[in-house]
Design a protein around this ligand. Sequence first.
Ligand SMILES: [Zn+2]
Ligand SMILES: [Zn+2]
Length: 340
Amino acid sequence: MADLVVERPEGLYCPPGEFYIDPWRPVARAVITHAHSDHARFGHAHYLAAKPAEGVLRARLGDIHLQTLAYGEAITHHGVKVSLHPAGHVLGSAQVRLEHGGQVWVASGDYKVAPDRTCAPFEPVRCDVFITESTFGLPIYRWCPDDEVFAEINEWWARNVAHSRASVVACYSFGKAQRLLAGIDPSIGPIITHGVVDPLNRAYREEGVALPETRHVTEVKDKADLKRALVVCPPRAVASTWLRRFGADAQTGFASGWMQVRGNRRRGGYDRGFVLSDHADWPGLLQAIAATGAQRVIVTHGSSNAMVRYLREQGLQAGAFTTEYGDDVVEADAQPEEGA
Ligand SMILES: [Zn+2]
Ligand SMILES: [Zn+2]
């Protein structure tokens, strides 16, 4: 039986459907798993994405030709039945289910299985072939429940308030920033967001995700508030003069799955590292793969060699696709691109 998804220079391609999934070069028809910049790129003639992704996609890509599907809703294109299912990664993130000629393939995009207040939970979808990410596909990656991480952030913030110094948390502006805002305790002090985070917050709020009140730094009238604030910004801002307005004693933290690796925090020059990821950890990846019932698994990005080896040892047919994905690699380098 012919494969439903193959590699092409433009990206992952469905030959019978004549469309791409998260292509990295401009194409006629693109199915987009989510609005992170390595998956949703400029220049496609036609985009298909999950309905809750519309606002964040437009916030990032502007006026694109976009068709949306509710989660679980199916359309048939050139005989391929296509439906989108929650991936639990960020608002609007979807796994793409393809059915054709008696085969079912699912392309996961990025995903996590842990709960997240800001997006629909990951839905296991049965399939013959599962195309999975593997960003944190090594046994060393095991996340704590996120409420423990939020408690750690709250404690740090409250202690900084007691010492009249700002708490600056760097994180990915789309997804991580909103999850952090929805998770922390807003009664501790004022919350200030960087301008790059604001349009994403707006899109989340318009989609009905509850976020605490946030202010732009220019809206803060009482300068004492700056010293009590939790400041949410991209890593780039921590390394810039933007940080100075919060005073020389501002404390800095970085929220990312990469903070689990010793040395990453210091390399980035942060006072604190908070292990908070929007990707599945090692047990999460294995749990998601097992739940699909797939006998064949194709790994797209991350620690693909280790994952492929492990899956083969478990008796599965496993391989890898070479892709240009990897938004969390950008996080690790602490050099996020504008708006990402
Ligand atoms: Zn992503
Ligand atoms: Zn990604």
